[in-house]
Design a protein around this ligand. Structure first.
Ligand SMILES: Cc1cc2nc3c(=O)[nH]c(=O)nc-3n(C[C@H](O)[C@H](O)[C@H](O)COP(=O)(O)OP(=O)(O)OC[C@H]3O[C@@H](n4cnc5c(N)ncnc54)[C@H](O)[C@@H]3O)c2cc1C
Length: 388
């Protein structure tokens, strides 16, 4: 994620804020992947009319999700809990357990603190040993790929009171999504690019709370509670003639669709270069038709694509950067701003490393001076990351 201090949730003159989220209507949703893809990424169009909310490309939208009925039912069953029992809501009122679990509490994310609180009732030696300071690796291993339901199944507490159980859980938190549209190109709307998270671990099919809520469970015409998150630094340069380089594989493409649309709408003359990557070109070239049109119309100067599964050797965006190292270094030397968005776990580090290699190779710099050069780019806010 980009520098936390550069991000802020904002309230507007109509009073919509994190505390008072705007009910944004889902106007449209379409699958971005083609038939045969191994992925599911949905494009969402949300209505902002009447909200007074104003965003700029580079900002994110936070969505307050609800848990699915299936997840709630599974947890209630696994814990032998009484769905109608009244529990204290996070707002202080009494609400039925089912409602608190659906709307207010995080019933998936398992953390050390949840384990600790739960063990107050479970009194399990095994949980004690997982929590022992010298057993950090054991704890990490247990938490990985497990959710609250696993705790209920692995360490049952007969007669667990609903209120006690709720007291062990964290509040359900909003999730952020990079805005994928320019307000100039789509007045009164905001677009998102959401990858539906599904995985299988420890014998269970699992799903992400918010990605399945926004991209699957909310119907077109229904509303979602949202608020805006401005990013002070991850934005287009004020001077439209400044060249920009954008690296956004997967859902990392979202803010760059907004950047390209914005520059097209303002008639910015600066050069722009996009690196995009995913699994297969035929099925996963997100917004491919749009980018090809922008290229044809000269609104995007160049695009380099890396589809990892289209050939035997895996090719990623950092490989394309290295293939075009001389030109990329020339753009940077000419004052281009370099943006990265998407996966923090591997991609962002690989791209960072590629930049160092490019400075060594093309700038004749030592590793040490290449690192210092990159640090200077960061300090000058010409190397900006929005990674998650
Ligand atoms: C600034 C910012 C911008 C973002 N922009 C976008 C965007 O444009 N598009 C987008 O799709 N997302 C974006 N995200 C990510 C998004 O906020 C959510 O994190 C994502 O949608 C998953 O949320 P969820 O509620 O569906 O999953 P959760 O219910 O939060 O589940 C996620 C958790 O599941 C576990 N998990 C996931 N995969 C596995 C696995 N294979 N094996 C075991 N455990 C696993 C991990 O513990 C992970 O933390 C952004 C995040 C940030 C911070």
């Amino acid at each position: 994620m980009s520098d936390a201090t550069s991000q802020s949730a904002v309230a507007n003159e109509k009073g919509y804020s994190k505390k008072n989220p705007f009910p944004s209507t889902l106007k449209q949703r379409r699958l971005l992947n083609k038939v045969g893809s191994t992925k599911e990424v949905q494009h969402l169009e949300m209505c902002l009319a009447g909200s007074g909310l104003e965003y700029r490309p580079g900002d994110s939208l936070a969505i307050f999700p609800t848990n699915s009925d299936r997840q709630v039912d599974d947890v209630i069953e696994a814990g032998g809990l009484d769905t109608g029992a009244l529990v204290e809501s996070t707002r202080g009122a009494s609400v039925p357990l089912g409602q608190a679990l659906k709307h207010e509490l995080d019933i998936s994310g398992l953390t050390k603190s949840v384990l600790k609180k739960y063990n107050h009732f479970a009194r399990s030696d095994k949980i004690d040993s997982l929590l022992a300071p010298e057993n950090a690796a054991g704890l990490k291993g247990y938490l990985w790929g497990r959710e609250v339901i696993d705790l209920l199944v692995d360490y049952p507490v007969p007669g667990l009171a609903s209120d006690d159980f709720c007291g062990t859980l964290r509040k359900l938190s909003p999730r952020l999504y990079s805005i994928a549209s320019s307000p100039l190109a789509h007045p009164g709307e905001m677009h998102l690019t959401i990858a539906v998270l599904r995985y299988h671990s420890h014998g269970r099919d699992r799903e992400g709370v918010c990605s399945t809520y926004a991209a699957k469970r909310v119907e077109v015409g229904e509303t979602m509670p949202v608020f805006l998150h401005h990013d002070k630094h991850f934005k287009l340069p004020a001077d439209g003639s400044t060249p920009i380089i954008m690296v956004g594989p997967g859902t990392g493409i979202a803010p760059f669709r907004a950047f390209v649309e914005e520059r097209a709408a303002t008639g910015a003359r600066g050069k722009s270069w996009l690196f995009f990557g995913d699994r297969n070109r035929d099925t996963d070239y997100l917004y491919g038709e749009e980018f090809e049109r922008h290229i044809a119309e000269g609104k995007l100067t160049r695009i380099d694509l890396a589809f990892s599964r289209d050939q035997d050797d895996k090719v990623y965006v950092q490989h394309r950067m290295l293939e075009h190292a001389a030109e990329l270094y020339a753009w940077l030397s000419d004052g281009a701003i370099f943006y990265v968005c998407g996966d923090a776990s591997r991609m962002a580090g690989d791209v960072h490393e590629a930049l160092i290699t490019i400075a060594e190779r093309e700038g004749g710099q030592s590793r040490e001076s290449a690192e210092a050069w990159l640090k200077q780019l960061q300090d000058d806010r010409r190397y900006l990351r929005d990674v998650y």
